[in-house]
Structures are given as C-alpha cells and as structure tokens.
Design a protein around this ligand. Structure first.
Ligand code: NDP
Ligand code: 2IT
Length: 446
C-alpha cells in the first residue's frame, strides 16, 4: 500500500512540485483515500483521485487599479474552478500578499471535500489576489474590487461559480464586488454569498464559520460524554472566524484565553468575556487596528509579540488564522499542557507533524474541511434563500447550521471510527470522496 501511495504522490509531485501547500493537502487526502479506493471495485482503476486533483479550470488575470496618489498599481487575480460534479463551483476569495496558485489550489481542493460534507449541492472553487487590503483607503479597496470583478464577472454566475469571503475579503469587499457585478450584468442575482442582509445576504452567515467550528468541537466532546462548558480555550486569529468562534465559546460557558493576529497574541488569564470581545470586534472590524491595542484597554492582559498562542495551557485549541500556523512542536506542547480537543477554524492550520502528534496522543482532532464547513454551509443556505426570493430567521438558519454540523460529525464517525480512536480526518475524506466520486462516475469522463 505504501508503494502505491508513494508512486501516486510521485506522479502528482512531478506536475506540481513547485506548489508546496497544494502538495501538502493532496498528500494528506491521498494517504486516507488510496487504501480505501483500492478496496472498492467501483472506484479502483478509474483514475478518480487523479481527476479530482486536476482543477477543471484555472483563470489568472491582471488587475490594474489606481491608488489615492494617482499611481497605477498592478495585482494578479485568480479563480481556481476545481470540481463541479455535485454543484456549481463554490468557495471564497482571499486577498492577501501571500496569495499564489499553490495556496489557491490547496484551498480549492479542500473546498471540494468540505462542500461535499455539508450535504448541500455545491462544487468547489477558490480565488483571490495578492492585493493587500491592509492600510488601503476604502476608495482604494473599492477601485481594486471593481477592477477585479471587471475580469472575474465573465467566469462566474449564480449557476456557474459563486464566490464568497475568506482572508481579507469581508462584508465591505463583497459589497463592492457585488455592486460591480450587478452593474456589468444588469442582474440582481445570488452570484456572491456573504452579502449584506438588506441586499440578499443570509442572517448568521458572518457568524457561521466560527459558530460551526465550536458546534463541531461540542459534538466531538459530547460524543465522549464531555462538553465545552467550563473549559479553557485558546484561539488564534482575530478575524471573522476567530471572533465568532470566541463568541460561541463564551455563550457555551467556556473561558477564552487568547486571540491573535500576524503580529502576536494577547493572553488574558481572566478570560476574554463578551464586553472584551466586542472591543476586539470594534478594533478589527471598524478601526481596522491590531490585536495589540487590546492591552491599552485591558492592561492586565499580556501581548506576546511575534508569538503564537499554542504555548498557553488550555483544554481546547481552535486555530482560526491561516495555514500551517501550528507545527509539530506546538502540538507537543499543547498535548503536554493537557489539551484534549483541537478543531480547525482555519483551512489546514495544523501542519502534518502536528496532526500526527494529535493522532498519536489520541487528541480529538477535527480537520477544517469538517469543522469549518459551517461557513460555506450557510453560504449554501444563502443561495437557497436567494433562489426562493425569501429569507429565513436567525433561529431557522442557526438551527439548520447546527443540524448540518451534526450530520458532518456523523459522516466522520461512519468512516473514521477505529477501535479506540475516531480519525475525523479519514472519516471526512472518505465520506466527502464518495459523494463526489459517485457523481463523477455517473457523469462519464468529462
Ligand atoms: P480574516 O481576514 O477575517 O482574518 C484573518 C485572521 O488571521 C487575522 O487575524 C489575521 O491577522 C490572521 N492571519 C492572516 N494571515 C496570517 C499569517 N500569515 N500569520 C498569522 N496570522 C495571520 O479571515 P477569516 O477569519 O475569514 O479566515 C481565517 C481562516 O479561516 C482562513 O484560513 C480561511 O481560509 C478560513 N475560513 C474562513 C471562512 C469564512 O467564512 N470566512 C470559512 C472557512 C474557513 P492580520 O490581521 O495580522 O493579517
Ligand atoms: O474556506 C471556506 O469555506 C470559505 N472561505 C467560505 C466559502 C464560501 O463560499 O462561503
């Protein structure tokens, strides 16, 4: 078996060796899937995984825009349309200076599996740009978004490809992107999700990824007769996912000890309670400031410059910032300090060594494609509401989100349960694969 996996990875690597994040995601999935596929007559010998690894289409384009000083700027835009077997391409847009094809292909590949797990009819895609929205004026962000959409609009549509937010793309950016799409097409459709509630957005969409991650952690703990209530939690990031993960932890009676950004983390041993979290939301969302501003208002807390939160003793860790932000040494420290549960709010935040450490030590570990699927799931519910020309209440959407997270948990159990451990990664990969592979087989070699 190891040889089959090795040869397969070697072949994929020969085509994608310059794409380390993409190869990392492919390797993790292949190690779970190849042993499964080999034992299944209907999938074996059909090159099905190879077909899933190759994007159906990638578009790359120039994005010119003019900054406030009148200078012409050039960025690169992308959309990776990975797989449309079970529905139109669906996935976020990331605006961050580190964005490149490797990162977007890894995100699009993971998205295919994640979207399959949600039970909703969505294929997978991802896009974005190396544009950095930090320290840009609203006018600059608007002009960039308009220029980006002026090319992207011809590749997307409410039944073709439906982008949403990700790092650096929140409500403001979705608004500017939607405005430009509507103007170019003269159509008011659900072509993007994460829209404002008064213009086609869904209640609970901003909260969905963070809430869903915590619901999933609670499902894992409930399964072993435990719960989040009273537990200590470390969270990384202080953006959309981290903020609402923190909010749900607080609602469920846990104590949130940390939040972070790319300059370091804050440690508040008294717990980041609701009022403190509101302050963080104001700093990050309205003032577009830094997490270090927290200690100006709460001087009893500490700011650890250029450090990550994993050195803080906790029972639950929710990495919710970015890929590969938690490595093998971090994982060892978390285990040593008594951490029993890790749910990924971000995409691939734990590197391969970290995952191995968690599995070896039988820590409950949820991969992002399962635990952070609540965001895209509510995007799917936003699409459904747009098609119905109707909107559901907060309670209705939250209830549907909870049900979806429970269903994902059950799917992971079905294929991930071993004698004394639940391998949520394997369970998620196999469950997600079956739905996509069956659809691909039914649709022929296309
Ligand atoms: P935001 O842009 O709202 O926030 C990102 C946060 O992560 C910020 O605190 C940011 O800090 C930090 N961060 C970004 N890059 C780095 C880095 N290289 N090192 C350290 N910290 C970093 O993004 P989201 O909260 O939406 O996304 C966070 C993660 O969750 C991503 O992995 C995304 O793919 C994933 N995700 C998002 C979903 C969504 O619905 N938004 C759905 C599912 C997953 P700083 O401000 O300093 O850059
Ligand atoms: O990674 C993700 O799932 C997202 N950024 C959300 C995608 C979406 O279409 O809502």
């Amino acid at each position: 078996m190891n040889k089959i996996i090795h040869d397969f990875i070697k072949e994929i690597d020969s085509r994608n060796s310059h794409e380390p994040e993409f190869m990392q995601a492919v390797r993790e999935v292949s190690e779970d899937l190849i042993p499964y596929i080999v034992g299944q007559k209907i999938y074996h010998g059909k090159n099905i995984l190879m077909r899933m690894i190759e994007p159906e289409r990638v578009v790359m384009f120039r994005v010119n825009w003019i900054d406030d000083s009148g200078e012409i700027r050039v960025n690169r835009g992308y959309r990776v349309e990975m797989n449309s077997a079970i529905g139109p391409y669906k996935g976020g847009l990331r605006f961050h200076p580190t964005v490149n094809l490797s990162i977007l292909k890894f995100l699009a590949f993971e998205q295919v599996f994640k979207n399959s797990l949600t039970t909703l009819p969505m294929g997978g895609g991802k896009g974005g740009s190396d544009f950095d929205p930090k320290n840009k004026s609203d006018g600059e962000v608007m002009r960039f978004c308009q220029s980006f959409m002026t090319e992207l609009y011809r590749h997307i549509g409410p039944n073709t490809d439906i982008p949403a937010g990700d790092i650096g793309v929140g409500g403001r950016e979705i608004g500017y992107l939607f405005g430009q799409y509507k103007r170019l097409k003269n159509e008011f459709t659900g072509v993007l999700t994460g829209k404002g509630v008064s213009w086609g957005g869904s209640l609970i969409r901003p909260e969905a990824t963070g809430y869903g991650t915590v619901y999933f952690a609670e499902d894992m703990l409930n399964h072993i007769g435990d719960s989040i209530k009273g537990k200590t939690v470390t969270i990384s990031g202080s953006g959309n996912v981290a903020q609402y993960a923190a909010e749900k932890c607080i609602h469920l009676g846990a104590k949130v000890l940390t939040m972070s950004d790319s300059s370091g983390y804050v440690f508040d041993k008294d717990g980041i309670h609701e009022e403190k979290l509101n302050y963080i939301m104001d700093i990050k969302n309205n003032k577009r400031g830094r997490i270090s501003d927290y200690i100006k208002k709460y001087p009893k807390a500490e700011f650890k410059k250029n450090k990550t939160p994993w050195e803080v003793k906790c029972e639950i860790a929710l990495p919710s910032a970015t890929q590969n932000e938690l490595n093998g040494d971090d994982a060892k420290l978390l285990v040593k300090n008594g951490c029993i549960c890790v749910a990924e709010g971000a995409n691939m935040p734990c590197n391969s060594d970290a995952i191995k450490t968690f599995k070896f030590n039988k820590v409950l570990f949820a991969p992002g494609k399962a635990s952070n699927a609540g965001g895209v799931a509510v995007s799917g519910l936003e699409m459904a509401q747009n098609s119905l020309r109707y909107s559901w209440s907060r309670e209705e959407v939250d209830e549907k989100l909870k049900e979806i997270m429970i269903k994902i948990h059950k799917k992971c159990l079905k294929h991930g349960k071993t004698k004394d451990y639940i391998d949520y990664g394997k369970g998620a990969n196999i469950s997600a694969f079956i739905k996509v592979a069956d659809a691909m087989l039914a649709q022929g070699v296309v």
